[in-house]
Design a protein around this ligand. Sequence first.
Ligand SMILES: [Zn+2]
Length: 211
Amino acid sequence: MVFDMDGTLLDGRTIYVLAKKLGFEERLHKIISSDLQKCEKTVEIAKLLSGLSVACFLDVFDEIPLQTGAQKVIVAARKAGMMTVIATDSYQLAANRLAKRLGIDRAFANELEFKAGKITGRIKLNNDRLEPRMAGCKVHSVCKRDILHKLCDELGIAPAESVAVGNAPNDKCMIEDAGLGVAFEAPAELNEVADLILDDDLSKMLDHLRE
Ligand SMILES: [Zn+2]
């Protein structure tokens, strides 16, 4: 069972919360509204965090509330013997922290570099096939479809037996391929490819898991 993080498990977006708290909203907005490719934006945005201590990053991150039903879904999934996973184009540091908080098995994200407790501003993107001038999965800094398939291979299960949950266009590739693709508070383009559309409580998906 693969979950997106920002906006799906968390009721907020990590980088926006950090920007607001630390006062770089304007610079963040400038990068986001530029015409760079998404993965290039990820590299530029990481530079905004240069010099920030990991402790401070995690303090701010820990304040982001969980989405309604998030904890309940994870507990139920684990009880049912399913592997639980975070796949996010946010930072490994953050994904690991949330995984620990929720009891999630694995986390895949972009590797934000830090040295001696401080973030350097450099980032290693988590996609071997990255080609910024292409389209589709090749521009995903973290390709969630690749992660889903890799995990299914590892577990020896078919993608049809997997579940993927997300709220944004970069979740589309994994939601298309998962057996149960869940769109949570998502835009129309994601709802179109989802098997289940949810608008408030994540734990409502549990009824559909039993089928
Ligand atoms: Zn992809």
